[in-house]
Design a binder for this molecule. Structure first.
Ligand code: NCD
Length: 315
C-alpha cells in the first residue's frame, strides 16, 4: 500500500507531481478505466460533491469532470460560465470560491488569469483543482496526456515528443512539458512561429534538467524522428491584435500528406478543440488518437484524480 499524496491537496501545477505520484495516478486511472468498461461506475464518491466553476469556455474538461463525478456516484454543482452567478454582480474570486467551498468538497476552477487557481486555493478551505488558469497551466490535462502516452507506448522513456503550434499561450503544453521533463531521456522538439515560442524560463528549466531540447519554425526536419506529435491551436482569445492571429492561425496544418513523413508507430495528439490545424481526413489515420484514446482517457484520469483528492484511504 502506498500513501495517498493527493488527499485533500490542491492541484495547481504540473510541478507538484513527482514520479511516484505519476505512477500512482497511472495505476488508479487503469482501475477506473476497467471499472467503467466492466460496470459503468460505482458508488465510491457517494456523498461527495464537486463544484465545476468555469469562467472560460470548455467542453471536454467540464464534461469529463462532471461525468467522472457521476460515474463514481458523487454529485456536482455545474457553473459553465458565470453570468448567472454573483460574479456578474461583481463578486471577487476569493468570495466566490469560499462560497462554493461551503457547499462542496472540491472546487474545479477554470479562469482567464494566470495564478487564479493559486489565489483561490489561498482562500478556499476545500481543495482547488486548476482546470486552466489563462495562459498558465492545465495540470489535469497534463495527467491525461501523460497517461495516454504512457499507456500507448508502455512508458515515456526514450520518446521524442514534438509540440507544435502556440507554445507561448498553450497552457496544456506548459503543464505537459513540465511533467515529461522529469524523464531525462525524453527529447523535446518545440515547433512554433518565432513569436509563439515556449517561454524561455521553461526552456532553461528543461535544459538544466538535462532534457534534450530543439526549437524551430518548421516541422519537416523533426517529424521523421517524432514519436508523439502534440498539436495545439493558436489561442485566439489571448491575442490583442486579431490581424496577427489571422496571419498565424494556419501556420501549421497537419494533413495526411504531411504525415507520410512521420513514423508508422508515431501518434498524433491534440488537447482539442481544433480549429483547422488538423484536417478531418487525418482522423482516419490510426496514428490519430486525439478523439479516441486521448479524449476518453480524460474521464478516467479525472475519476482517479477526484478519488485520490477526496478519499484518504483509497490507496
Ligand atoms: C485546452 C485548454 O482549454 O487549454 N482545451 C482543453 O482543456 N482540452 C486547449 C485549448 O483550448 O486550445
Amino acid at each position: 500500500m502506498s500513501s495517498n499524496t493527493f488527499y485533500l491537496q490542491d492541484v495547481l501545477t504540473a510541478d507538484q507531481f513527482h514520479k511516484t505520484d505519476l505512477q500512482l495516478m497511472l495505476t488508479v486511472t487503469k482501475k477506473m478505466k476497467k471499472l467503467v468498461e466492466t460496470k459503468g461506475g460505482s458508488d465510491l464518491l457517494k456523498g461527495k460533491l464537486m463544484t465545476a466553476l468555469f469562467y472560460e469556455p470548455s467542453s471536454r474538461t467540464f464534461a469529463s469532470f462532471i461525468s467522472a463525478m457521476q460515474r463514481l456516484g458523487g454529485g456536482f454543482i455545474p457553473l459553465q460560465g458565470v453570468s448567472y452567478s454573483s460574479v456578474a454582480k461583481g463578486e471577487t474570486l476569493p468570495d466566490t470560491v469560499r462560497t462554493f467551498g461551503c457547499y462542496s468538497d472540491v472546487v474545479v476552477l477554470r479562469h482567464p488569469e494566470v495564478g487564479s487557481a493559486k489565489i483561490a486555493a489561498e482562500f478556499c478551505e476545500k481543495p482547488i483543482i486548476n482546470a486552466g488558469d489563462g495562459v498558465g497551466e492545465h495540470p489535469s490535462q497534463a495527467l491525461l496526456d501523460f497517461f495516454t502516452i504512457s499507456e500507448h507506448f508502455g512508458g515515456v522513456d526514450g520518446l521524442t515528443i514534438t509540440m507544435v503550434g502556440d507554445l507561448l499561450n498553450g497552457r496544456t503544453i506548459h503543464s505537459l512539458s513540465k511533467l515529461l521533463s522529469q524523464y531525462k531521456n525524453v527529447t523535446f522538439n518545440f515547433v512554433s512561429p518565432e513569436i509563439l515560442r515556449l517561454p524561455s524560463n521553461l526552456i532553461k528549466t528543461f535544459s538544466d534538467r538535462g532534457v534534450k531540447v530543439t526549437q524551430s519554425e518548421t516541422l519537416e526536419e523533426v517529424l521523421p524522428r517524432t514519436d508523439v506529435l502534440y498539436v495545439t491551436r493558436v489561442q485566439k482569445e489571448r491575442f490583442t491584435d486579431l490581424d496577427l492571429y489571422e496571419k498565424l492561425k494556419y501556420h501549421y496544418i497537419i494533413t495526411p500528406q504531411l504525415l507520410r513523413q512521420a513514423k508508422k508507430t508515431a501518434v498524433v495528439m491534440h488537447p482539442l478543440p481544433r480549429v483547422g490545424e488538423i484536417t478531418p481526413e487525418v482522423d482516419l489515420d490510426p496514428r490519430a488518437i486525439y478523439i479516441t484514446e486521448q479524449m476518453t482517457n480524460g474521464m478516467y484520469v479525472r475519476m482517479a484524480l477526484l478519488s485520490l483528492v477526496l478519499l484518504k484511504d483509497y490507496v
